[in-house]
Write a protein that binds this ligand. Structure first.
Ligand code: NAD
Ligand code: UGA
Length: 472
């Protein structure tokens, strides 16, 4: 039987659901796209007149929302109604690491996936295509199928087709990635359902880029793609430490190694370790799955990628303290960047959180500036990381969040660049050298500044994977 898709519902209006559905709505004006979420506040923000208030910051997103919202793109709290109208339903809910019970600390918490499947089972009108967009453990489609079939007595007369269609967008470049994907992966066992989903993408993606596989290959490929990307970051970060000891330069090594076509140039930039909501949780999940199937060595292999990531963050914190005469107590350090990468307001698993926490615990006073992350977000992240109730008065003496880079740097002993925001590449060193306390340091964990230039203004420079450059 062939499917005619006129109405799509996406459960979950987060970093994936929001941008992905906006692009589908933009490229498929003939399809009504309804994005639903249990979080009322989030839906309100998606509907805000002021587009700078959208809950997700992504270059290019606001323009698309402006063009399509109210036409064929709708954000709503009406979950059941929109499920019942839909020919195709994307599940795009969060799948974080479990905190309690079996698999705690490693396995994915599929609570929200299960809830979504139960709602679909209950409210959909049947003959519905259900698409796994969230990243999930391999064989989750089997669980979803069972829930869809068995949840409801009335579901016997409803038919469902489950597809896996993982999302590969990266934050900060989500719209670009969605418009020009390397591939669209669709796993499934029903040819007509696969065709219906492919047809949506064919509105803007070349057919050679649509890869179809069985369900399990598709589900597993998403975890493996993230694991391979994270592994490259951990690999180059181990090299950065070797470079600092030997006088080699990690950026030069990256170029030399990446020019080998078999290796490739991407994902070889050393930094403060990978952050973001997915790499850590997806590798933990891979470790859990490996152990579950009795493959202990496989689990241990991937676990090491995570250990190197934590080690890199700790190493950076220690280098800062070491260079500041082994004492940061009472000193002021200006933190530049708090998001886990540039061009996003997302701070989930940001390396900045761990590094700031260690510095605060060492007695340091921080002044934090990030062009897109809100003060509330930074305060909450640090409160959670420090795992203690901090009153506003206590907090004042440990960190402040500033909306002006140069106010933040005033009287500080060091700048620590943690995110590669464009505006940090060309700082006003003359002004900084006048307002900071000498001897002033710049710790560039992203290796984005011109070291020689900064050094000429009297700064001592520590840059990831390079030898220190000291002022005379
Ligand atoms: P998110 O937390 O930003 O959004 C998930 C949303 O789902 C939340 O707003 C939550 O309120 C909503 N939700 C949960 N249960 C619901 C329910 N029963 N009904 C309605 N809404 C519900 O998460 P995200 O970053 O968008 O990630 C979603 C999934 O996509 C995860 O599995 C993640 O691994 C995967 N993924 C994320 C990215 C990324 O860059 N963030 C990229 C690729 C894949
Ligand atoms: C990553 C993947 O790139 C996406 O393909 C995937 O869809 C997504 O995870 C997901 O499943 O959530 P994202 O985490 O948004 O995307 O951002 P990346 O660009 O991958 O960066 C991840 C982290 O690695 C960042 O902290 C970044 O600074 C760091 N990184 C990246 C490096 O330190 N060096 C590099 O060379 C590349």
């Amino acid at each position: 039987m062939s499917f005619s898709i006129k109405n799509i519902c996406c459960i979950g209006a987060g970093y994936v659901g929001g941008p992905t559905m906006s692009v589908i709505a933009d490229k498929c004006p003939h399809i009504q796209v309804n994005v639903v979420d249990v979080n009322m506040e989030k839906i309100k923000l998606w509907n805000s007149e002021d587009l700078s208030k959208l809950p997700v910051y992504e270059p290019g997103l606001a323009e698309i929302v402006k063009n399509r919202r109210g036409k064929n793109l709708h954000f709503s709290r009406e979950i059941n109604d929109n499920i019942s109208k839909a020919d195709m339903i994307f599940i795009s809910v969060n799948t974080p690491t479990k905190h309690n019970g079996i698999g705690a600390g490693k396995a994915s918490n599929l609570k929200w996936i299960e809830e979504s499947a139960r709602q679909i089972s209950k409210y959909s009108r049947g003959n519905t295509i259900v698409v796994e967009k969230s990243t999930i453990p391999v064989r989750t489609a089997s669980t979803i199928k069972q829930i869809l079939k068995k949840t409801n007595r009335n579901t016997n007369d409803k038919e469902f087709h489950v597809l896996s269609n993982p999302e590969f967008l990266a934050e900060g470049s989500a719209i670009k990635d969605l418009l020009n994907p390397d591939r669209i992966l669709i796993g499934g066992d029903n040819a007509e359902a696969i065709k219906a989903l492919s047809n949506i993408y064919l509105n803007w993606v070349n057919k050679d880029q649509i890869l179809t596989t069985n369900l399990w290959s598709s589900e597993l490929s998403k975890l493996i793609a993230n694991a391979f990307l994270a592994q490259r970051v951990s690999s180059i970060n181990t090299v950065s430490a070797l470079c600092e000891k030997t006088g080699a330069d990690v950026d030069e090594v990256s170029i030399a190694v990446g020019m080998d076509k078999r290796i490739g140039e991407h994902f070889l930039k050393s930094g403060p370790g990978f952050g973001g909501s997915c790499f850590k949780k997806d590798i933990l999940n891979l470790v859990y799955i490996s152990e579950y199937y009795g493959l202990k060595e496989v689990g241990e292999y991937w676990q090491k990628v995570l250990e190197i990531n934590s080690w890199q963050q700790e190493r950076i914190y220690k280098s800062i303290v070491d260079n500041l005469f082994n004492n940061v107590s009472g000193k002021k350090i200006c933190i530049l960047g708090f998001s886990f990468k540039a061009n996003t307001n997302d701070t989930r698993e940001s390396p900045a959180i761990e590094i700031c926490k260690d510095l605060i615990n060492d007695g340091c006073n921080l002044s934090i500036y990030d062009p897109k992350v809100s003060k509330e977000r930074i305060d909450e992240d640090l409160r959670n990381a420090l795992n203690q109730k901090i009153t506003n008065k206590d907090k004042e003496s440990k960190w402040e969040v500033s909306d002006n880079l140069y106010n933040s740097a005033m009287d500080s002993d060091a700048l620590v660049i943690l995110t590669e925001w464009e505006e940090f590449r060309n700082l006003n060193y003359e002004k900084l050298s006048e307002i900071m306390r000498p001897p002033s340091w710049i710790f560039d964990t992203r290796s984005i500044i011109d070291n020689e230039k900064a050094n000429n203004y009297g700064f001592n420079i520590w840059s990831i994977g390079k030898k220190n450059l000291l002022s005379d």
